[in-house]
Design a protein around this ligand. Structure first.
Ligand code: AMP
Length: 274
């Protein structure tokens, strides 16, 4: 049955419908969003779609990890009611010509280095929401800028979908779970927790009274530089809603980072509270 028809039936039965958009290669981070959705909605749909339009030229679209059978098993065990795995043609049929650009929020952090990324994300999420028509959709705080972009788009376009956010789920050594962690070789994997320990150093400084962005970021840069295989792409302290840089910590702010280990780009963040 078509996913739209299925949701229509659920709606007629007055059920609340939740959507969790993913690109597959599922891990505990994704499953935590699923369990959040199951707690909020009567029926939960997980979409698996590796969205070509959010990958830039030279990025990892063709090698993006995929484990479809395992994903289905995990989602079945989690109690998901429907898995939606559209083809590229179903999402972008011939003649498709629309792109959604959320301005301002996308100028900093990842947006600076992946200029088309958030247009791809906003466009595909609006299509998924139009097809599924959920009451709620759940996104992870791991992609904090993405979450802000989606919230803005849903508000601006009056999509009528309530957005919920799930906390970052980490490996025991602190590394934020990510489908891309599978690209790391053993040495890179050993060093990768430095991202989280660096961010945690910032939180400790703030708890001791530090409020100056340069000094906070300096400490994190130093920590990350201790990992010989890490190359920092950006580290910025920004307002969590507008994503604009802040020079002094006076209200809660998002400290967000992107680090390369070899060809693998990892992101992470923490909210710093003065
Ligand atoms: P992806 O499959 O990477 O596009 O991610 C799908 C959703 O899972 C997004 O809303 C991500 O923010 C979320 N997500 C990815 N990794 C984590 C994590 N470690 N903890 C919580 N949510 C996550």
């Amino acid at each position: 049955m078509q996913v739209g028809k299925l949701v229509e039936q659920w709606r007629r039965a007055r059920m609340k419908v939740g959507l969790v958009p993913t690109m597959g290669a599922l891990h505990q981070g994704h499953l935590s969003l699923v369990s959040l959705a199951l707690g909020e909605a009567d029926r939960v749909i997980v979409s698996i779609f590796v969205n070509p339009s959010q990958f830039g030229r030279g990025e990892d679209l063709s090698s993006y990890p995929s484990n479809f059978d395992e994903d289905l098993k995990k989602l079945d065990e989690a109690g998901v009611h429907c898995v939606f795995f559209p083809s590229v043609d179903e999402i972008y049929p011939e003649g498709f010509s629309t792109s959604i650009h959320v301005s301002g929020l996308t100028d900093t952090l990842c947006g600076k280095y992946r200029p088309e990324h958030f247009d791809g994300v906003a466009t595909v999420c609006s299509i998924l929401m139009s097809i599924v028509r959920p009451d709620i959709a759940v996104f992870g705080r791991k992609d904090a800028q993405q979450l802000a972009v989606i919230r803005r788009m849903v508000d601006d376009l009056r999509l009528g979908v309530e957005i919920h956010a799930g906390d970052i789920i980490r490996e025991p050594d602190g590394l934020a779970m990510s489908s891309r962690n599978s690209y790391l070789d053993p040495d890179e994997r050993r060093q990768a927790p430095v991202i989280h320990s660096g961010l945690s150093r910032a939180a400790v400084l703030v708890s001791k009274g530090e409020r100056d962005t340069e000094r906070i970021c300096g400490a994190v840069r130093e920590a990350i530089a201790e990992a010989s295989l890490a190359t920092l792409q950006y580290l910025e302290l920004v307002d969590p809603d507008s994503m604009k840089p802040v020079s002094k910590l006076t209200t809660p702010a998002l400290l967000a980072v992107a680090v390369y280990f070899g060809h693998t780009r990892l992101i992470d963040n923490v909210i710093l509270k003065p």
